[in-house]
Design a protein around this ligand. Structure first.
Ligand SMILES: Cc1cc2nc3c(=O)[nH]c(=O)nc-3n(C[C@H](O)[C@H](O)[C@H](O)COP(=O)(O)OP(=O)(O)OC[C@H]3O[C@@H](n4cnc5c(N)ncnc54)[C@H](O)[C@@H]3O)c2cc1C
Length: 482
């Protein structure tokens, strides 16, 4: 076994681990980072940017959301069932964290909304090449990795952390497994865990949340996120938290194109297998709300339906709603895209010449579907008496062909697992601090309660960076105090 010494060990180099490592190194501590994959960044490499409140970027854009209003919104949303002090510290720090990132060379394109009904808190990273869009945050990760390296942080890639060493009630080391299978032991004064939850551990996801990947659930599965950090922390006495999935709607299957996704991610008629409406579709843009509602329907699925007239309007004028992620306005070639997807065996998109045929192909209760569409069409002439959807999105379905897409809940990953206090110290179920052990990011993220808060977008990456920074600073204070 190889043996090393360091002040601090950070287990994992996603945004939380990187922020922790940089902060600890800025306090002049020696830092070793063990990362399971071949590079830094974790899930953040797929994302666009973090939340910031009262930031220099927002001030330029005359944004209206400040940290106090955001805090009120957040605590009302969560019914105060989450750690208010942790939320407050995160929000209060977020502007400084944006400056901190800019000082390392990260540039932000703008502070954006996710969709029209959300606030402009999402700090979209300006990528070093191409346009701002999915994966833009990988440029932020690059700058953070450069900064960490400049500060002397030592990275060990393809070297997962395996076990924590606890002596006399204190965490004093970590054992990791190197590329060649050799064990590496680091003697240290503090450890920070940030291993990103267990979105890639189907068995554990099923056991803890009930969702079954590939059956009624289609989420992102970032390889390697299997709950290692949570297991390691629990082995030394860490308390448990509730774990939720970071839900979003999912349309999956073969040959889906941006045109298909754009046509169906719209506020049109949404029904369950019973042929009933169950949601005000104007909120479909809030993927968490829509996924929550779909989640409690039969077989955890729902169908978004459009007719020939809606399709033609979209072909001519573009779709009603776009987001920063699905920035596709035109649906040119829609028929061909649908044909290709169906020919490739995609089980979740449908074309039919009548409502009856659509019901047969989708399995939706036919009689009820006909009633629902009749009623919906009547509402389109007056008011949506069912859920009060705004008039501009009430588009009748009268003209064949009919097109449908089957949505399921999906997720960006898990949220929560390791119990921490608002100083990012890992605590037992009985709130006793485990000296020398800190945790941050997804492994600890219980601040949304049951549902991710899309209304203040950039929230999970924002939490990861800010909790990571706090963990690095708090660990540095602890090491100083020894
Ligand atoms: C497609 C997609 C887009 C997203 N876009 C956004 C966005 O724009 N804004 C936003 O706020 N959020 C976004 N998110 C969520 C955000 O990326 C995550 O919340 C954030 O990356 C979590 O950071 P983390 O450091 O806690 O964990 P992760 O980023 O998941 O990183 C965990 C790291 O731990 C490593 N690891 C695992 N086990 C071990 C071990 N035993 N030893 C060492 N290392 C280990 C992994 O390899 C990984 O590098 C997105 C997520 C996805 C999937």
């Amino acid at each position: 076994m190889k043996e090393l010494n360091s002040d601090v060990v950070v287990v994992a180099a996603g945004p939380a681990g990187l922020a922790a490592a940089i902060s600890a190194a800025e306090s002049n501590l020696s830092v070793i980072v063990f990362e399971k994959s071949m590079n830094t960044g974790g899930a953040a490499n797929m994302g666009m940017g973090p939340l910031g409140l009262d930031t220099s970027v927002q001030r330029k854009e005359l944004s209206t959301v400040d940290k106090n209003r955001a805090f009120d919104m957040f605590m009302n949303y969560t019914h105060w069932r989450v750690d208010a002090n942790l939320v407050k510290k995160y929000f209060d720090k977020s502007a400084d964290t944006i400056d901190w990132l800019q000082d390392m060379g990260v540039e932000f394109y703008k502070a954006s909304r996710y969709f029209p009904g959300s606030e402009a808190t999402w700090h979209i990273v300006k990528p070093e090449s191409g346009n701002p869009g999915p994966r833009a945050a990988s440029t932020m990760i690059k700058r953070m990795t450069e900064r960490a390296t400049e500060l002397g942080v030592q990275f060990y890639f393809e070297t997962p952390g395996k076990k924590l060493i606890k002596e006399d009630g204190k965490i004093v080391g970590v054992i990791a497994e190197g590329k060649d299978g050799e064990e590496i032991k680091v003697n240290c004064k503090a450890v920070i865990i940030a291993t990103g939850g267990f979105g890639d551990n189907a068995e554990l996801v099923k056991q803890v949340t009930g969702y079954e990947y590939g059956k009624d659930f289609y989420g992102f599965r970032i390889p390697g996120l299997v709950g290692d950090g949570i297991r390691m922390a629990r082995e030394v006495g860490a308390g448990k938290t509730d774990v939720n999935m970071e839900l979003a709607t999912s349309l999956s299957g073969e040959n889906l194109t941006p045109q298909i996704l754009a046509a169906f991610n719209q506020p049109n008629l949404l029904v369950n297998l019973e042929g009933e409406r169950f949601f005000n579709e104007q909120y479909f843009e809030n993927s968490t709300f829509a996924a929550n509602a779909i989640n409690i329907q039969k077989d955890r699925c729902a169908f978004m339906i459009i007719d020939e007239s809606i399709k033609r309007t979209y072909l001519k004028k573009g779709v009603d709603v776009m987001s920063m992620v699905l920035h596709q306005e035109e649906i040119d070639g829609f028929d061909e895209h649908m044909e290709n997807a169906i020919a490739a065996g995609n089980p979740n998109v449908f074309v039919a010449d009548s409502i009856e045929e659509l019901a047969e192909k989708t399995g939706i209760n036919c009689e009820k579907l006909i009633d629902t569409i009749d009623e919906y069409n009547d509402f389109c002439d007056g008011r949506d008496e069912a859920f009060g959807k705004v008039a501009k999105y009430m588009k009748p379905l009268k003209k064949a062909k009919y097109y449908a897409a089957k949505f399921f809940p999906g997720a960006y990953g898990t949220l929560g697992g390791i119990k921490i206090n608002h100083n990012t110290e890992v605590v037992t179920d009985n709130f006793e601090v485990i000296d020398g052990l800190y945790a941050a990011g997804t492994d600890t993220c219980t601040i949304y309660g049951d549902s991710y808060m899309f209304i203040l977008p950039g929230n999970t990456m924002g939490y990861a960076l800010n909790s990571g920074r706090m963990a690095g600073e708090n660990a540095a204070d602890y090491v100083d105090s020894l």
